[in-house]
Write a protein that binds this ligand. Sequence first.
Ligand code: ADP
Ligand code: ZN
Ligand code: ZN
Length: 817
Amino acid sequence: MSYFIDVILPIPLDKEFTYSINSSEAAFVKPGMRVAVQFGKSKIYAALVTVVHQTPPIVYEAKEIEHILDESPIVTKDQLKLWSWISSYYMCTKGEVMRAALPSAFLLESETIVLKNENNTVDELLLKDDEFLVFEALQYQSLLRIQEIMNIVSKKNVLPVIKRLLEKEVITVQEEIYEQYKPKIVRYIKLDQEYKEEEALKLLLDSLTRAPKQREVLMQLFTLEAQTSKPIKVTELVKKSNSSSAVIKTLIDKNILEEYHVQTDRVHYEADTQYESKKLNEYQDIAFKEIKESFNTKDVCLLHGVTSSGKTEIYVKLIEETIKQGRQVLYLLPEIGLTTQLISRLQQYFGEKLTVYHSKYSVNERVEAWNNVKGAKSKAQIVIGARSAIFLPFTNLGLIIVDEEHESTFKQYDPAPRYHARDTAIVLGHMFKAKVLLGSATPSLETYYNAIKNKFGLVKLTRRFGNVLMPDINLVDVKTKYKKKQMTGHFSDTLLEGIQDALREKEQVILFQNRRGYSPVVECNTCGHSPQCPNCDVSLTYHNHRNQLRCHYCGYNMAMLLQCMACNSTELQTKGFGTEQIEQELKELFPDYKIGRMDQDTTRGKYGYEKIINSFEQGEIDILVGTQMLSKGLDFRNVTLVGIMNADNLLNFPDFRAHERSFQLMQQVAGRAGRTKKRGKVLIQTYNPYHQILQQVSINDFQGMYKDQIEERHQYKYPPFFRIIKITGKHKDYNKVNSAIDWLARSLRNSFHENVLGPEFPPISRIRNQYHKNILIKIPQKQSLSKTKDIIKKIHTSFATIKEFSGVRIIINVDNY
Ligand code: ADP
Ligand code: ZN
Ligand code: ZN
């Protein structure tokens, strides 16, 4: 009898592969376990088993597996189901989903190991210098890894050395599979059994009178043991007794102390105080009841509550009820780095029950979170994370909260799977019969449409908590201000007065500008030339602080020019402005106040955001300038003025969602103002104060915005009335991508006619030396989505067979918005 398994490989190939196993392996292996398999010539992968069966593959002979990597499944059946859904809905391979879903520690990869060739005597004189270094190292070490060889020969490209050594038969190579996850082992210490008797102990202490340090360690150990029943860490003992590990080692060597090891979790929350959740006010309470009522008949509910209405406290109540039933909660956030405030709030309520799943955490920390969720451990009953948290192995999910559901970061743009975490969360919820709550002050049009159409429940909170008024929003016409010479740098007199007033009252100010750097364009006054990125179709942004020109698409940078590259003129002028320039102007305008800046340039590193957010919270910063990072749900108590430096570049973005997004962004930024007693003030500078969206922002008119925008969507055939699939071709050769995408568009048009838009080069058509060209396919509601995708796949397959288009990368993005 022969046995087979089908596996998913973590590579972008559109099918599963069959391998053969023997009968004892067949008795052991289960779907969701990993096996090491060979694929291609020599590469070894950790593949994931999906089925065990007895049908040999037809077109190829199944290879044997190398070995089984797990003792029990690491991936659940439900996860495999979700992966299938994602791969079919978002038109990507299961391998791509697997890559996104598993913590990288589970994605083993093979590593090359270099060994001494024992069957050959080497004439050292024939070796070049770098070859000799490797040869010599192998005399002392039985094997070398690539990284070590790089260190030995002190260069990165070591493959030529390895190749030469192989040819000279000095070395052999071997592939090894390694596990990246290492459980964290903690060293504990206790008194040896022998001294548990009082008599023996006394004798021992007496015998140590001449070793005061050792004695002190023992005394401290007794004190610690008396204080707690928990095991005592070596590090703790060293610290408490002011001693060294050498002293402890001596005691261990003498068999007085005994050490032991326990596997522990790396991330754990030490609860100092746990708080009761807050009592809801009457409006929150009504909303809370309405949500639960809606959950009786619907799986998804939208909580549309204005900024600072107390949505989070309602989430907390729902979470409490869910975990009381012993079920798990998933709390999805757009960006976890920006939400330390929220996390500490939730930790106060839920302490150890809360697990944070964060891409900035180490691989090991993530594996632990994974295992805790899978084991339905109490410490992972509530998981908070950004979009990838939907991939965790839940077993008993009861509630999913999607906070700030309108945020575009829930969609993954690159690489595949290009999934939307909110939409995937709804599918995930459905699998578990869990309820899904979408929360936002500015819901996305699609979600609001679904709520209005009764597909989702709809619950509203229209007042801020504590009856704080919504901020007072005013538009400032900078065109007139410039004419009347009432501008200082990029500040209107109105905005400057507002800032002065706030500072006088010892209040804080937030200023929003949607561009980082000093200015996005440098232009020659003589010939008009402006420096461009050599790799992308964009002008370089001037960064004053480093005196550099930088590309925001590929990272290219060069020193700021002293002369025009085209005409050598020294009259260079900067155009437009970013956060850096605003910061600098502020420093000159308000020399006695502390100015902070929050953008991609100032928030690098694991705690980048936290530092700035903390010092703003602590009042160490008076005015904070930043990009849209500032819009993300921050809750500052002392901010009374928010200024938007320039609303126009938001509105003029070439995208069908630009108006909706501008509305959301401005409302969210405005929502940072006046969250406590005093009414907040918002000033929006614009050249176009009569713009409909700005008018709507200024009177908090979500309904009006929705009505206008949804009408436009209907008229111009955009979501939610039509779905969109975007197809992008990329290649470094302009002509090649051009003719390839034209061919593709023609073929698609045969099937989809006028619903194919383009092909078109986007405004920035070259990034990192790759030309891009796009096609949009619009799909009416009555057209079958799966049939549409089948046709696209078929056309893509025949495209792939055309020789002259080889090398053109095709990217399919379903719901690309
Ligand atoms: P949202 O999430 O809607 O923006 P939050 O939940 O952050 O609003 O609430 C705004 C502020 O009001 C927070 O500082 C929060 O602590 C406070 N708050 C909300 N609900 C209550 C309540 N029931 N009791 C006391 N304080 C509350
Ligand atoms: Zn010039
Ligand atoms: Zn570039």
